[in-house]
Design a binder for this molecule. Structure first.
Ligand code: CU
Length: 458
């Protein structure tokens, strides 16, 4: 839900020199959001028309038009973000949430963005990927003075080229991005563009990562690689909404990576092309079908496909550690270890000792393990057939024949046509054919002579 409140007095803000006095006579009220629900697409109230995007578990910022300029108001501030039901993180973000609201404009629009700093330290905003006058590029210390706490700065430029962009601080970046400060920016084409196709569904996902101790709520800002919560728009599975589309829709999935590592994004059941990067639309001759594409640090990728296969299709990062929530990496691998006979003596010494991992870790997603408050299980989510055993960067593309155009609501689980689900085989089993030269399974141990280099052998 978007609520508006006016909290700025006329005093207490500063502005870049290029902004006229008239613009400062009043600031647009900032739109604030308290929930992590996916907002429906918001068609433009004024200005040039465009087909709005949907930010998963997010929303787009409203604007006002003043003297032909689109004015937005971003408030950098501490926020509480629900990462998934049962876990609230205390982050820094914009306008009540992390990520901040998606900014949608049209190529050629003159845009003025007021940025109010309600953080305990200075900040700035960089408009990642865009052509702007140098003094609007938002690099604190290099192209502008930092925005001190309590002050408001104004950025003003023309959105010169259409595409998928991001915004984020360029001030104490390691801390401010580890705390969740980032947002999406989409510049829609002003007219039919030879390299930009019309799509029926246009989704935005920012990849970010946090390191939050089990039981904690504030990210550890000095972590470089070993994050434990890998997020789409500061949400983890099962807290990430599904991408709900109508069969036959052309779908665009815009992905930006502001984590510290790359993410190979994988879509099941369909082939997509990368139709654009942060550098702009991809020439058609340079597009090829893929089912996984790597999104490197600092990159944007636009994935496009026709959703022509009905079903519930997984969409996820293919790094298996990125589809898990907080876990202990120091746990020994116990696969194949026979614990029988040990559990009794161990439990006499350590009453809470649990036998786990000797058959893999799938048991853990079924286990009702006590967890510290405000902590998510490592693998969770339930589907129609049981535990999905995922966390982190995972969601579901739901393709339905009867999803109405423009309806983004969750249609529920897919009803499979009869006879199209993998099932247990109950027919006769043929004896496996084995090579005559293969050592017999469970037979006597074989001895081999191994010849090593330099004639040495053993
Ligand atoms: Cu990943």
């Amino acid at each position: 839900m978007i609520d508006r409140r006016r909290f700025l007095s006329a005093a207490g803000f500063a502005a870049a020199a290029t902004v006229g006095r008239a613009a400062l006579s009043a600031l647009p009220e900032p739109a604030l959001r308290s929930s992590a629900e996916t907002a429906p697409p918001s068609p433009p109230a004024n200005g040039r028309p465009f087909h709005p995007v949907v930010t998963l578990n997010g929303w787009s910022a409203p604007w006002r038009t003043r003297d032909g300029v689109k004015e937005f108001h971003l408030v950098a501030e501490p926020v509480e973000r629900e990462l998934a039901p049962n876990m609230i993180a205390r982050l820094w973000g914009y306008n009540g949430q992390s990520p901040g609201p998606t900014i949608e404009v049209v190529e050629g629009d003159r845009v003025r963005i007021f940025v109010t700093n309600r953080l305990p330290e200075h900040t700035s905003i960089h408009w990642h990927g865009q052509r702007v006058p140098n003094g609007m590029d938002g690099v604190g210390g290099l192209t502008q003075p930092h925005i001190p706490p309590g002050k408001t700065f104004a950025y003003e430029f023309v959105a010169r080229r259409p595409g998928t962009f991001m915004y984020h601080p360029h001030a104490d970046e390691m801390v401010q991005m580890a705390m969740g400060m980032m947002g999406f920016w989409v510049t829609h084409p002003r007219a039919a563009h030879p390299l930009i196709d019309q799509v029926e569904r246009d989704f935005c996902v920012l990849l970010n990562a946090y390191d939050i101790e089990p039981g904690g709520a504030v990210p550890k800002v000095n972590t470089m690689l070993d994050f434990n919560l890998w997020t789409f728009n500061s949400r983890v599975f099962p807290g990430i909404d599904s991408l709900n589309v109508r069969q036959g829709d052309r779908v665009r999935l815009r992905i930006g990576n502001l984590t510290m590592t790359n993410h190979p994004i994988h879509i099941h059941g369909h082939e997509f092309v990368v139709s654009g990067t942060d550098g702009g639309p991809t020439p058609r001759a340079a597009r090829w079908p893929e089912v996984t594409t790597d999104v490197a640090v600092g990159q944007m990728r636009q994935l496009e496909f026709v959703a022509d296969e009905p079903g519930d299709w997984a969409v996820h990062c293919h790094k298996s550690h990125h589809t898990m929530n907080a876990m202990g990496h120091a746990v020994p691998t116990m696969i194949g270890v026979d614990h029988r006979g040990l559990i009794g003596p161990l439990q006499r010494l350590v009453p809470d000792y649990m036998l786990m991992g000797e058959r893999g870790m799938a048991d853990m997603s079924e286990m009702e393990m006590p967890l510290p408050d405000n902590t998510l299980p490592m693998m969770s989510g339930r589907g129609p057939f049981g535990a999905i055993e995922m966390g982190g960067m995972f969601t579901v593309l739901k393709v339905r024949r009867d999803q109405r155009p423009g309806d983004y609501s969750d249609p529920g689980w897919y009803a499979h046509p009869e006879g199209t689900i993998a099932h247990e085989w109950d027919g006769p089993l043929a004896a496996p054919t084995r090579s005559a030269r293969a050592p017999a399974l469970n037979g006597p141990a074989q001895e081999y002579a191994v010849r090593k280099p330099h004639g040495r052998s053993r």
